[in-house]
Design a protein around this ligand. Structure first.
Ligand SMILES: [Zn+2]
Ligand SMILES: [Zn+2]
Length: 381
C-alpha cells in the first residue's frame, strides 16, 4: 500500500494536465488504496479542486448514469429475478482516451473505464432492486448500449417437467412451426415459434407462456403417439425448456384442458441429456385380411422371448423387446393386443411388417392392417 502523501503529488500532476471526474481519478489510484469507492477516493485526492471542463476520459458519463439505470429498471420491470449480470457497450473514444492515459502514466492493474461503468451501474441497480450481481450464471442479463441508449435483456431459461394424459382423440403430439419463421420466433408468432395451439405441444405451450412468459418452448418427449391415439394411465412424461421467461418460480398445479390434462408439473434443472429408459403399455386394435385362428393367437407369447429387429432405410439396425403380450379376440379377423414394450417400439411397422422382424403380418401369415393404438401407461425406468 502506498503512502497517501506520495500519491497526492502524482494525482495533482495528472489533474493539472487532464480534467478528470472523481470517478475516473479515484479509479486510477484504486489499486494503491484498495478503495471500493472510486468516487470517494477521487474526491479526497482532488481536495476541493474543481475541474472546469468535462472529464477528459468519460465526458462525465458517470454523472449521467441515472438515465441508464432507469433504462435497466424499465426493461426489467416484467421479470422476476434475484441475480443479474451486465454487459455494456460504450463509445470507443472513451475507451481510447482511458487507454491513452493509463499507458502514459503506466497505470496497471486497475479497472478500465468500461468495467468501472458496468460496476457502478450494477451497484446502483442492485441497491434499487435488492438483487445481486452474478457474473457467472445470472438469472437475467442486461446488454446495455450507452452509445445508442439501448437496453436488451435476456433471462436464463427454465425447464419444467410433467406428464400429459390425452383422454380424447384428435390432437397431434407436436405443433407445426410458424410458417413465417419455421419455429425460430418472429413478430408474427410473438416470438413463440408456433402460431397455433391445436396439439399437445400447443396446449402445453400456451399454458406455459401464460404462466411464465417467455419466447420459445422446446419440448423433449418421452416417446410419441399418433393423432388418433389416447395416452392414459399416469400419462406421457415431457420436459419443456422455456427461453426468456418472465417468472422463474411458481407453484404448479395439475391442469385440465379440452382434450388433454397435464399433471406432475415441476421445475427441474434441465431436460435429460440422454434418452430416458422407459416402457410403454400399448393397446393395439388389429384387423387382418384373412381369419386368424385361436391357436396362432396363443403363440403370440413366443414374441416375448425374441428380440424385435428394426431395420432402417439407412442400414441402421436396432432391437426392441416385448416384455409382455396379451390378446383378446373379437372376430375371426379382429382382435386386440395389449403389450408392454421397450420405449420407442415401432408399433405400426411391427403390425404391418415394414422392415421389422418378426412382425405380426408374417406371424399370422396374412396382412395385418394399419392399426389403431392407445397408450395405457408409460413407465419410466
Ligand atoms: Zn470520468
Ligand atoms: Zn414466427
Amino acid at each position: 500500500m502506498s503512502d497517501y502523501s506520495q500519491i497526492v503529488p502524482i494525482a495533482n500532476k495528472i489533474i493539472k494536465k487532464y480534467d478528470l471526474c472523481d470517478h475516473c481519478l479515484g479509479r486510477i489510484f484504486s489499486k494503491q488504496f484498495r478503495s471500493s469507492s472510486h468516487k470517494f477516493l477521487g474526491k479526497k485526492l482532488k481536495n476541493g479542486f474543481e475541474s472546469k471542463n468535462k472529464c477528459y476520459v468519460c465526458k462525465n458519463l458517470f454523472h449521467n448514469l441515472d438515465y441508464f439505470l432507469k433504462l435497466m429498471l424499465d426493461s426489467s420491470s416484467n421479470f422476476a429475478f434475484k441475480t443479474f449480470g451486465i454487459g455494456i457497450v460504450i463509445k470507443p473514444s472513451i475507451i481510447d482516451r482511458d487507454d491513452l492515459l493509463r499507458s502514459k502514466y503506466q497505470l496497471k492493474g486497475i479497472d478500465g473505464v468500461k468495467t468501472a461503468v458496468a460496476k457502478e451501474l450494477g451497484k446502483q441497480f442492485s441497491k434499487k432492486t435488492k438483487t445481486v450481481i452474478d457474473s457467472l450464471d445470472p438469472e437475467i442479463t442486461f446488454t446495455l448500449n450507452l452509445k445508442d441508449e439501448l437496453c436488451q435483456i435476456r433471462s436464463k431459461s427454465i425447464t419444467v417437467s410433467g406428464r400429459y394424459i390425452k383422454s380424447h382423440r384428435g390432437y397431434s403430439q407436436k405443433q407445426k412451426s410458424c410458417d413465417n419463421c419455421s419455429g425460430k420466433g418472429c413478430r408474427v408468432c410473438d416470438f413463440h415459434g408456433i402460431s397455433e395451439f391445436e396439439s399437445v405441444e400447443g396446449v402445453i405451450s400456451q399454458f406455459i407462456f401464460k404462466k411464465f412468459g417467455g419466447t420459445t418452448a422446446k419440448f423433449t418427449w418421452i416417446g410419441g403417439e399418433d393423432k388418433s391415439s389416447l395416452v392414459l394411465g399416469s400419462g406421457r412424461p415431457f420436459f419443456v425448456k422455456i427461453q426468456n421467461p418472465y417468472k422463474r418460480k411458481l407453484r404448479l398445479i395439475d391442469q385440465k384442458f379440452d382434450l388433454i390434462s397435464i399433471c406432475n408439473l415441476k421445475l427441474v434443472n434441465e431436460s435429460p441429456k440422454k434418452p430416458l429408459n422407459f416402457h410403454s403399455v400399448i393397446k393395439i386394435k388389429i384387423s387382418t385380411e384373412s381369419d386368424v385362428d385361436s391357436k396362432s393367437l396363443k403363440k403370440l407369447k413366443e414374441l416375448t422371448s425374441v428380440p424385435i429387429i428394426i431395420s432402417e432405410k439407412s442400414g441402421k439396425r436396432s432391437e426392441k423387446k416385448i416384455l409382455d403380450i396379451k390378446y383378446k379376440k373379437k372376430f375371426k379377423n379382429e382382435f386386440t393386443v395389449v403389450m408392454t414394450a421397450e420405449g420407442g417400439f415401432p408399433i405400426k411397422r411391427f403390425v404391418t411388417g415394414d422392415d421389422v422382424l418378426p412382425n405380426l403380418s408374417d406371424f399370422f401369415d396374412t396382412p395385418c392392417l394399419t392399426p389403431e393404438f392407445d397408450f395405457l401407461n408409460i413407465i419410466v425406468k
